[in-house]
Ligand binder design. Sequence first.
Ligand code: NAD
Length: 372
Amino acid sequence: MKVALIPGDGIGKEVMAEGKKVIDAVSEKLNFEISWNEYNFGAERYLKEGKTLTEDDLKELSKNNAIYFSAIGDTRVKPGILEKGILLAMRFYFDEYINLRPIKFFEGVQEILKNKKNIDFYAVRENTEDFYIGIGSNEAKKKHKDEFEILRTIYNVKFNLDIESDKDEIAYQIGILSRKGCERIIRYAFELAKRKNFDLVTGVDKANVLNFYAVWRKIFDEISKDYINDKIKSEYLYVDAAAMFFVLKPERFKVLAIPNMFGDILTDLGAGICGSLGTAASGNINPKGVSMFEPIHGSAPDIAGKGIANPVGQILAGAMMLDELKKSDAANLMIKAVEYVLKEGKVRTPDLGGSAKTADVGNEVIKKIKEM
Ligand code: NAD
């Protein structure tokens, strides 16, 4: 199978080397082949050629079965250019509407929440709608007209905005939720709970204040009727209450269905309560298309080049990718090896209190894979 490799910027390149190495080791052990196609998308190319992702780049990427991505971001590039031009461009082009984030505490990682080691659930974040569709302005004047056209696989929408205000500086952002967009992600969350034998799906929104989330809640209600029985229950939480339970009672969660923006925030909180940004992985999934897998951290310019970044999130993102590519045995082997290394605690990067280098962790995980 063909996999696109995008190491990106900063520590992205460092952790990607380990992720690739581990996948190569597991594929050798279990006797399957990955053919890697590496692409140099990121800050260097943008600074040299002024390009983020072109239509041709996206077509080229679509020849792969999956995309293994690391992180982008560079202090020399204006914030937002690479994120929108590369990361969001891929998510939208490939309609990767599911952002799947396992939120799991690994034994051996410093406990952040006292006596809360039993954290093991999935956040299913909608990945293409809400306030992240790009309709907004930070420079609307007293009289201001804006036109936006959103072209998506599941719908096209046009907004013609005519703004009049008695003040100079108005900023605005508009979000969209579509029935189809809500249905497909909420259904995925219930299917995941069914597949994993989980007994609770939690729908998160802010329907009491932001009108359009009432649609999310209505559709969550409709879909839950197809699934709830004596094994699976459902509940709603407003996002503020959900945030509180992430900290006070995270063990109550199994699968959460969350709209895009709140999902963005809660999933980082999820990584935080598990002890490290460096161990969390994420899948941007289109079950019928090209999915992309990445650690949740960024390019970490503060530690880039020192060889001390934690590669665990990148390695676990690789395991998620293999699982999606129907290589679950390989994925499970990688996860077990990582769990073993973290629990053993001999080889840890500084973010986890150790003094190991990025490559030491990759080598140790490979050693365990070979022994298992
Ligand atoms: P960041 O995730 O890069 O770093 C936040 C903090 O966590 C830093 O102190 C960093 O050293 C530490 N950290 C992150 N990953 C680590 C790892 N694997 N091991 C050890 N420590 C780790 O977030 P930021 O500093 O807000 O952003 C830096 C750049 O990354 C920005 O340009 C931002 O836009 C970009 N970014 C990209 C992505 C992505 O590509 N998906 C995600 C987030 C941020």
